[in-house]
Design a protein around this ligand. Structure first.
Ligand code: KG4
Ligand code: ZN
Length: 322
């Protein structure tokens, strides 16, 4: 069974082809260069770029797999959450293609896509497990007691984790996306030199907060601390905060298997510290951690038997709880 998956939820145009649950093609046209000079994603520019790219990218993906559109058995696209204008491009394209080919259409929740991406190399994993999704747009910690059931334990109260890395990087005069830049600069700094408090100390729950950290970075810069030392301290505190919440959730639920996904999952100290906490970790394979279309096809492969009533009638949604 061939499934085409499309994701245009933010600034990447993602198209993937999955055959019987295995990723065959994963093409992502990144818009990073387009948004770089604004220091973040400009929604209107993202939508316009998706429109330019989507059809060509689907053709390229089909060519790469040696397929024609008529060989597709099912079309899936991200329904939400995301930037509504951006979402609409891929979602409407997917519906149109499904309608034209007379194939079923499967709307996919973006976060469910991230979760199934992390399971791509671990098909043997069964719930219950914890799922941490930390990207430029989301910081969510779910308890997954059974397939298709997602209990939100906590989310960010303000900025997403990746957004915090991006904003701190911008303050430090680094490029976008900020995560890899901060990680690189932090390697040259001494975190012990900069006083920067950890967020939400004393909380018992599973919420995250990153906006105070961003302000603290601005203060530290004003006070004349070296950018490398600030980057090192910022990363130490941000990563420590995530690790603290995840380990608390693991203790609370008694679950030690944690699936970690989203762009921030690429952070090396984060991986190392979660590992050191004795958790059994699952990361998506390379290329599937950040936004992509293959993860949407993977989620559709796992969920298409849910038999949604009239999926074509479901609208795209910027805000969509899982
Ligand atoms: O999953 P993703 O592509 O989704 C969004 O577009 O939101 O994640 C991108 C985010 C960016 O905010 C980026 O700064 C962050 O993930 N990121 C990192 C690292 N690599 C990417 N954050 C921390 N450390 C990294 N190594
Ligand atoms: Zn995402």
């Amino acid at each position: 069974m061939w499934i085409l998956g499309i994701d245009t939820s933010c600034d990447d145009t993602g198209v993937g082809l999955v055959r019987d649950g295995a990723v065959v093609v994963n093409r992502v046209a990144s818009q990073t260069l387009l948004h770089q000079r604004y220091g973040g994603v400009v929604p209107e520019l993202a939508s316009r770029e998706h429109i330019q790219l989507i059809d060509g990218l689907v053709q390229q993906a089909l060519d790469e797999a040696g397929l024609k559109a008529a060989d597709l058995d099912l079309i899936a696209a991200t329904r939400g959450p995301g930037l509504i204008g951006a979402l609409l491009v891929g979602y409407t394209y997917g519906k149109g293609l499904a309608f034209a080919l007379g194939r079923p259409f499967v709307p996919v929740h973006h976060l469910e896509g991230h979760i199934y991406a992390a399971l791509a190399e671990h098909p043997e994993v069964e719930p219950p497990f914890l799922a941490l999704i930390a990207s430029g747009g989301h910081t969510h910690l779910f308890e997954v007691p059974a397939w298709g059931t997602y209990r939100l334990l906590g989310a960010t109260l303000d900025d997403a984790a990746g957004e915090a890395f991006d904003k701190a990087a911008r303050l430090l005069g680094l490029g976008y996306p900020g995560g890899p830049e901060i990680e690189r600069l932090a390697g040259q700094g001494d975190p012990g030199k900069v006083p920067l408090a950890a967020p939400l100390q004393g909380q018992e729950g599973f919420a995250f907060s990153f906006s105070g950290l961003k302000t603290a970075v601005a203060r530290a810069l004003e006070k004349g601390y070296a950018p490398a030392d600030i980057a090192a301290r910022f990363q130490q505190v941000a990563v420590g905060h995530i690790v603290q919440v995840v380990t608390r959730a693991a203790r609370h639920t008694g679950l030690s298997t944690v699936l970690v996904t989203g762009g921030v999952a690429q952070n090396t100290p984060l991986k190392a510290q979660l590992q050191a906490a004795g958790l059994r970790l699952m990361f998506p394979p390379r290329g599937l951690a950040t936004d992509n279309g293959a993860m949407i096809a993977l989620a559709a492969w796992r969920t298409h038997t849910r038999n949604l009533h009239n999926p074509m009638a479901l609208p795209a949604a910027a805000y969509l709880p899982l």
